[in-house]
Design a protein around this ligand. Structure first.
Ligand SMILES: [Zn+2]
Length: 59
């Protein structure tokens, strides 16, 4: 039990992503996973915006 990896979240859009089928990018020594290139690009433009705060509500 409890050997399953926790679902990985796309830090940009917040959806769960499958590590086997996603865009991967490393930043500051950590790996991040994205649902697609668009989210990855947004993240790399301004990573702190997405990892500094838990759930930045968009309006
Ligand atoms: Zn996404």
């Amino acid at each position: 039990m409890a050997t399953k990896e926790a679902p990985t979240k796309d830090p940009v859009c917040g959806m769960d992503v499958d590590k086997a089928d996603c865009v991967q990018e490393s930043h500051a020594g950590k790996e991040y996973y994205f649902c697609g290139e668009e989210c990855c690009e947004k993240f790399m433009e301004d990573p702190d915006k997405f990892i500094g705060k838990k759930n930045l509500a968009k309006k």
